[in-house]
Design a protein around this ligand. Structure first.
Ligand SMILES: NC(=O)c1ccc[n+]([C@@H]2O[C@H](COP(=O)([O-])OP(=O)(O)OC[C@H]3O[C@@H](n4cnc5c(N)ncnc54)[C@H](O)[C@@H]3O)[C@@H](O)[C@H]2O)c1
Length: 298
């Protein structure tokens, strides 16, 4: 994968964790409201809007944008504070932080604009971040940050701690019912007949980089895991289709000098069957942390 050699990888993580010597974003540790612009008003974007409107200390909505303008405008008008519908450039100008909840494809266009304007970017389609050490460099130059919520998995605190020492292996297994993989690039290319699957079947195995290309809307979780840990080339994933499975399940196993860590998450799907509820809850939790006086957890 491009740009993810060990040096650029260190650069990437360093960009996420913090930078030396330069002042942090203006709102950190200060009382000013953080104005959040929502890019993509689907399942996650709407939930985040509702949560901010319900009240998150220190956080306010700057506005939102969506591909279907009329629908997005009607949604924003239904919120108590009636945040404006804004085209992307205006949304960026009006925001301190832009929360992307659209697609990996949309992120490719959005990220350079947000970071180029010196605004923070929270990314849900985080598979699109793999290989983009150029964005990390842009964020560093403009003194802004790229934030990645844990999304549909848990345990990234432990993974980050483990990474300070030596990690020897990180593997992940993702299980969804066959329909949970419908429409993915890999399924289309290999013409796997998901409807013909009658028992648990391994349909894909590879690195996080390969998985994010193969399943751009389904395995952002492995991207987040790889960003927190040892990078996308050393993080491996197996993808299973399991007929009758009610909850999308992710199992992570991490080995290192600290010992062994195993995490299993069984996600209740939201109205979007590909998106578990924990995905938006975790984005809301990260916003809460930004505005909070006390921050708990790594
Ligand atoms: N990190 C994670 O763990 C995790 C978990 C679940 C979903 N996701 C990802 O988060 C993203 C959002 O998920 P969702 O469930 O809300 O999806 P969704 O399909 O419900 O909503 C996405 C919205 O973005 C809009 N959109 C798409 N392209 C756009 C563009 N160019 N400009 C403006 N709006 C655009 C769509 O119209 C839609 O309303 C997806 O990429 C998904 O794969 C990540």
């Amino acid at each position: 994968m491009s740009g993810t050699g060990s040096r650029s990888w260190t650069v990437f993580l360093f960009g996420i964790i913090g930078s030396r010597g330069k002042p942090r974003r203006r709102y950190e540790g200060k009382s000013a409201m953080i104005r959040v612009g929502i890019f993509g008003l689907g399942t996650i974007g709407r939930r985040v809007c509702w949560a901010v409107e319900a009240g998150i200390p220190g956080i306010a909505l700057a506005g939102g944008t969506g591909r279907d303008g009329a629908k997005a405008e009607a949604f924003l008008a239904s919120l108590p504070s009636k945040p404006p519908f804004l085209p992307p450039e205006e949304l960026i100008q009006a925001s301190d932080l832009v929360l992307e909840a659209a697609t990996q494809a949309a992120l490719q266009d959005l990220a350079p604009k947000v970071l180029g304007a010196g605004k923070d970017l929270m990314v849900l389609s985080c598979g699109g971040l793999l290989g983009r050490s150029d964005w990390v460099e842009l964020a560093r130059r403009n003194r802004c940050r790229i934030l990645v919520p844990s999304g549909a998995i848990a345990g990234l605190d432990g993974v980050k701690g483990a990474r300070v020492g030596a990690i020897t292996a990180v593997t992940m297994e993702s299980r969804k019912p066959p329909c949970g993989w419908t429409g993915a690039r890999y399924i289309e290319e290999t013409r796997i007949d998901l409807e013909a699957i009658r028992e648990e079947t391994l349909i894909f195995e590879g690195t996080a980089t390969e998985a994010c290309r193969a399943f751009p809307a389904n395995v952002n979780v492995v991207a987040a895991l790889s960003l927190a840990g040892v990078g996308p080339e050393r993080t491996r994933i197996k993808v299973f289709a399991v007929p009758g499975l009610a909850r999308n399940t992710h199992r992570i196993t991490l080995e290192g000098e600290f010992g062994r860590l195993q995490i299993q998450v069984e996600n209740v799907p939201s109205e979007n069957p590909r998106t578990g509820k924990l995905s938006y809850l975790s984005a809301i939790a990260l916003l809460r942390d930004l505005g909070a006086t006390v921050k708990v957890g790594t």
